[in-house]
Design a protein around this ligand. Structure first.
Ligand SMILES: C[S@@+](CC[C@H](N)C(=O)[O-])C[C@H]1O[C@@H](n2cnc3c(N)ncnc32)[C@H](O)[C@@H]1O
Length: 233
């Protein structure tokens, strides 16, 4: 994908996204918060009370949609938002000045030293990247993580019909190629991570929100709208 693809959408990203997912009954913030809450729960389950100020890389951060939720759930995290889209980074920087550093990515080498992050997080980014590049990028995740550091990759589930519909009707998903959870886990394992686990998430649209308390018991059920793979360096 060339970086101009998201440069084109940076200004209206929020409104285009909101219209596209209206069928779920929820706003983009609902989905962003859901992910960061999951990340925080997993992070504290693994680390306990140790290090509540992790160095956190938001890979493919776009216009910084997740920043307020990192602040809410991991308030002391040192945030770095990385993206290939300069325009998206500019929008993110102007929305959240001083909350994160916004850094351009050349698409190949994450511009940070080895072992400089505790968490490498990506939300709905890899389906925009050529599948042949995934393992090399995940090796970059591994390189920049500290020993025992956490990779946390959220993706659309290609086996959920509503997700497929939303992706097929989304202007900025024109070139997207969805990734099955097992394929993502395999790439993460090939990149050298250990203990990679899949959890399926986001089962119920707003109209069925009374059922959402069940979602925490359904992470094994491979029809969630999205999933994450969590792994350790
Ligand atoms: C659908 S948006 C998701 C943005 C953000 N993660 C979120 O949850 O709102 C996908 C983002 O991935 C970025 N992206 C695409 N290819 C990339 C690459 N090779 N490396 C890093 N980011 C990339 C795009 O520029 C865009 O900002």
């Amino acid at each position: 994908m060339d970086e101009a693809e998201f440069d084109r959408f940076a200004d209206e990203y929020r409104s285009v996204h909101a219209v596209n997912i209206a069928i779920s009954g929820e706003s983009p913030d609902y989905f962003a918060e859901y992910k960061i809450k999951d990340l925080a729960i997993e992070y504290f389950a693994i680390r306990g009370g140790n290090n509540d100020a992790p160095a956190l890389l938001d890979f493919g951060a776009g216009i910084g949609t997740s920043v307020p939720f990192f602040r809410k759930y991991l308030p002391r995290a040192q945030l770095t938002c990385l993206d290939v889209s300069t325009k998206s980074l500019e929008v993110g920087q102007s929305r959240f000045p001083g909350e994160a550093r916004f850094v351009h990515f050349d698409g190949t080498r994450i511009p940070f030293p080895d072992a400089s992050f505790d968490i490498a997080f990506a939300a709905c980014v890899f389906h925009h990247i050529d599948h042949d590049e995934h393992v090399a990028l995940l090796k970059e995740f591994r390189r920049i993580l500290v020993p025992n550091g956490i990779a946390f990759v959220f993706e659309h589930n290609p086996y959920n019909p509503l997700t497929v519909h939303v992706v097929n009707t989304c202007p900025f998903d024109e070139n997207a190629r969805l990734i099955a959870a097992a394929a993502m886990r395999k790439c993460i394992n090939v990149a050298g991570f250990s203990k990679a686990q899949i959890r399926y998430r986001l089962f119920f649209p707003r109209v069925l929100r009374a059922l959402r308390p069940l979602e925490k018991w359904m992470t094994w059920f491979p029809l969630g709208a999205q999933y994450y793979v969590l792994a350790l360096k």
